[in-house]
Design a protein around this ligand. Structure first.
Ligand code: GDG
Length: 508
């Protein structure tokens, strides 16, 4: 079982002479002006949730876009700040972008182009040449920051996600000694879909600047190999999962991401969290109702509307559950300047209103089937919600992994609770003891809700025990240990030897 201490040992022993640099768009800590005060917040994001514990363990430098209103006020002359603020463990180096760069690179190319393209959730991607130019420009800005932070030292650079497809090539060209890994947190689609991306050759070539390229699932790796094979001049070795282009090799590997199981588990058993549970019960005015739970960023890939429609249908078909059951939906607004996200927010508001009105017996009737909390909460509060739910429902139409499903399981130290999980979430590969559903099928969703509410305790416990064992073992330290272990294969290797060494990476 991987622990934080083991990861620390590995990094102290093996990465001693290396700088460890993480690059992501989103920063793990954001400073905001709140009246005369400056507050520090942790933005809701799967990526930050996964990497934060690793950076706490390993130290190093995390380079990210400084997007908070007070971010500039708290950094030093080199745009650095030690974080977490109350117990500094690593350096956050902030990179500044102007409004137009952010608009085009982040909201444009990344969120309206690559995000819908890779998810295939039937929202049409938008490709604007000016967005692509800004994407290139911002990758360039980040490249300069990485090169500055690395200096002349040997360094491992760990790039995150679809915001930086061009960065690895830029870095490798200017400093071939850097060892570069990249983790793509969202799905990689099949070549037919990727074919529509107007700058596909440049995108793929950028990614092949990596020594190691990781996806959540082997299936995504295969899609990537197929895409390169179809679209680029490169040698694709399907046995070894390696791609060689221009004499340089990139190893492509699956690394299913996870969470800090022990942290969630311990929190769920703390007296402080018992109090949070009690507070929720009183805030939600629960009087012994059965509770279902959804926690999502308000994103069209998460299948929130499909879930709400299924809940409506469930109450229609099984009236005996009216007034006996409440569904709590946490929806954190995200990317709200984009039209598709505004439309989604409006539709979720409408559906919640519609369902609550439909089952209201008289104006002022106490029972509302859906409690919609359109706000962000601290992790401890989410843990408490997980604990009081009879079931948690994850309905992603497509999701690279989905950490909420793993957090639910880790928070159920009591061994009870049922998980309804979309077959299209990467986590369904590991959490096969969930009730796995096709999120597009209303019938399956309705049947799953009923099954979750009626499952005998013994079966609930048996399934939960198995899922907890899986998440405890495949925790985020194992994920990081595997990525770092694979990177270490490149450590002493010259360019030629690296090709041999990297072939062993999959055996880790
Ligand atoms: C991407 C991929 C992949 C939610 N509400 C609040 C809050 N959260 C946290 C959850 C969880 C995280 O946000 C969401 O993670 P997901 O994995 O569910 O989804 P994405 O943000 O889409 O993440 C995904 C992930 O990257 C990692 O690779 O699994 O497939 O799409 O940790 O707990 N956190 C706080 N307040 C909230 O209200 N603090």
């Amino acid at each position: 079982m991987w622990t934080q201490e083991q990861l620390l040992e590995l990094t102290q022993e093996k990465l001693r002479d290396y700088k460890f640099i993480v690059v992501s768009n989103r920063e793990p800590y954001m400073h905001r002006q709140a009246g005369h005060e400056i507050e520090c917040v942790e933005p809701a994001s799967g990526l930050a949730a996964a990497l934060n514990p690793i950076m706490r363990a390993c130290g190093g430098t995390w380079i990210a876009h400084g997007s908070g209103s007070a971010d500039r006020k708290v950094v030093d002359a080199h745009d650095r700040i030690a974080v977490p603020p109350d117990d500094p463990r690593f350096t956050l180096r902030r990179v500044w972008l102007d409004k137009q760069q952010e608009q085009r690179y982040y909201y444009g190319l990344a969120n309206q182009g690559l995000w819908p393209l890779c998810h295939i959730a039937y929202t049409r991607p938008v490709f604007r040449p000016e967005d692509w130019r800004a994407y290139r420009e911002v990758n360039e800005i980040f490249a300069r920051a990485v090169l500055e932070e690395a200096g002349d030292s040997p360094a491992f650079v760990f790039v995150q996600d679809f915001h930086f497809a061009l960065l690895p090539r830029m870095l490798k060209e200017r400093n071939p000694n850097l060892i570069i890994a990249h983790f793509w947190h969202i799905p990689w689609p099949n070549p037919e879909v990727l074919r529509g991306f107007p700058w596909k050759e440049e995108l793929l070539d950028g990614l092949l600047g990596n020594d190691l390229l990781g996806f959540h699932l082997r299936f995504h790796c295969q899609n990537f190999l197929d895409t390169v094979d179809r679209m680029l001049e490169a040698r694709v070795d399907r046995e070894r999962y390696e791609i060689t282009r221009g004499g340089r090799m990139t190893a492509v590997r699956p690394f299913p991401i996870s969470i800090d199981f022990a942290e969630h588990d311990a929190r769920a058993q703390s007296a402080a969290n018992d109090r949070e549970v009690a507070e929720w019960r009183s805030r939600l005015k629960l009087r012994g109702e059965l509770v279902g739970l959804g926690i999502d960023r308000l994103d069209y890939t998460k299948g929130i509307c499909e879930r709400l429609r299924a809940l409506d249908c469930f109450l229609e078909e099984y009236p005996q559950y009216r007034e006996r059951f409440v569904f709590v939906q946490v929806g954190v607004p995200t990317r709200s300047s984009i039209r598709e996200y505004q439309l989604l927010e409006t539709e979720v508001d409408r559906l919640v209103r519609h369902i609550n009105r439909k089952y209201r017996k008289w104006p002022g009737h106490r029972w509302r089937p859906i409690v919609y909390l359109k706000e962000s909460f601290a992790q401890a509060r989410l843990t408490a919600l997980h604990r009081l739910a009879n079931f948690c429902m994850v309905s992603s139409l497509h999701d690279g992994m989905n950490l909420v499903s793993k957090e639910f399981v880790a928070s159920r130290a009591d061994g009870d609770g049922v998980l309804i999980l979309s077959d299209f979430a990467g986590s369904s590969r590991e959490l096969s003891d969930a009730i796995v559903v096709n999120p597009f099928s209303e019938e399956e969703n309705v049947a799953a809700i009923r099954q979750a509410l009626e499952m005998p305790e013994e079966e609930r416990r048996k399934r939960m025990q198995k899922m907890r064992a899986v998440v405890a073992e495949n925790n985020v330290y194992r994920w990081a240990g595997k990525v770092i272990g694979a990177l270490l294969k490149f450590e002493f290797a010259t360019a030629g030897e690296a090709q041999v060494a990297a072939s062993d990476a999959s055996s880790l």
